[in-house]
Design a protein around this ligand. Structure first.
Ligand code: SAM
Length: 240
C-alpha cells in the first residue's frame, strides 16, 4: 500500500474511532490478496486501491459504530462474499470470534485462505445458506451477533438472522439509506420472528460521505419453529 492509500485508511478509521495503526501491514497484505484473488476469479467489483480501502475496509469498519460488539461474542457474518465485513473487523477485533458464511464455495475458499495467511485464528469460515444453518441445532440460537452488509432488504435479513441469534443477541445490519417502507416491513418481520428494531442510525461514511444506516435488531424471544422458511423463500416471498 503506498503512503497516500495508507493515509486514507488511517484517516477513515480514525474518524470512526478505530485504531488500525498496529495492523497497517496486515491491511496492506489483505489489499494484495484481494487484488490477486480478483485476478484469479472475479471476487469484487472494486478494483482500485482507493476503492478497496474506502468502500470495503473503512465501510466494513463502520459496523463497529455504536459499540454493539462485546469481547468474546460469537459473530456470524451473513453473506460475507469476499470476506466483508469480517476480514477488516477481525484484524482490529481479535477479542471476537467470527463465522463468515456464504452459499458460494469459491468465495468462502478465498476467505479461508486469506484468514490463514493473515493469521486470523478467530475466523472460522463456513459454506452454507442462512436458511439451512438456521434449522441446524449446531447453529440455531448459537450466535451473540449477526453482522451483515449489502445482502438483502431488512425483512429478509430479519428472517435469515434472528433464528441464528440467542435471546438477547443482536442483528447489526449495515445498509445504505433506508426508506420508511423497508423499515416498517423490517419492524413487522422482527415482531414476527421474536425481536424488535432497537436502533436506526443514519450516518455518512468517512471521507466519501456516502450515506449509510446501521440498523440494530434485538432478539427478545425464541423464534417460532416455522422460521426460517426453506431455501430461497425469504427472498422470493418476503414476509412483509
Ligand atoms: N457482505 C459482502 C460485502 O459486503 O461485500 C458480500 C455482499 S454480496 C452483494 C451478497 C452475498 O451474500 C453473496 O456472496 C451471496 O452469495 C450471499 N448470500 C445471499 N443470500 C444468502 C443466504 N441466504 N445464505 C448465505 N449467503 C447468502
Amino acid at each position: 500500500m503506498n503512503a497516500r492509500i495508507l493515509d486514507l485508511l488511517r484517516r477513515g478509521a480514525d474518524e470512526l474511532g478505530v485504531d488500525v495503526e498496529a495492523k497497517l501491514p496486515q491491511f496492506g497484505q489483505l489489499l494484495e490478496l484481494l487484488q490477486q484473488g480478483n485476478a484469479r476469479f472475479n471476487l469484487t467489483a472494486l478494483k482500485s486501491e482507493e476503492d478497496i480501502v474506502l468502500k470495503h475496509f473503512v465501510d466494513s469498519l463502520s459496523c463497529l459504530r455504536g459499540g454493539y460488539f462485546t469481547a468474546s461474542n460469537r459473530v456470524l457474518d451473513l453473506g460475507t462474499g469476499a470476506g466483508f465485513p469480517t476480514l477488516p473487523l477481525a484484524l482490529v477485533r481479535p477479542d471476537l470470534r467470527f463465522t463468515p458464511v456464504d452459499s458460494i464455495r469459491k468465495k468462502i475458499g478465498f476467505v479461508a485462505e486469506t484468514a490463514r495467511a493473515l493469521g486470523l485464528d478467530h475466523v472460522t469460515p463456513l459454506v452454507g445458506r442462512a436458511e439451512t444453518l438456521g434449522r441446524q441445532t449446531e447453529h440455531r440460537a448459537a450466535y451473540d451477533r449477526v453482522v451483515v452488509r449489502a445482502v438483502a432488504a431488512l425483512p429478509i435479513l430479519v428472517e435469515l438472522a434472528l433464528p441464528l441469534l440467542r435471546e438477547g443477541g443482536l442483528l447489526v445490519a449495515q445498509k445504505g439509506p433506508i426508506g420508511e417502507d423497508e423499515l416498517n416491513a423490517g419492524r413487522r418481520a422482527a415482531g414476527e420472528l421474536g425481536g424488535r428494531v432497537q436502533v436506526v442510525d443514519p450516518f455518512g461514511l468517512p471521507l466519501s460521505g456516502d450515506a449509510r444506516t446501521l440498523v440494530v435488531v434485538e432478539k427478545l424471544r425464541p423464534t417460532p419453529e416455522k422460521y426460517p422458511r426453506r431455501e430461497g423463500v425469504p427472498n422470493a416471498q418476503p414476509l412483509f
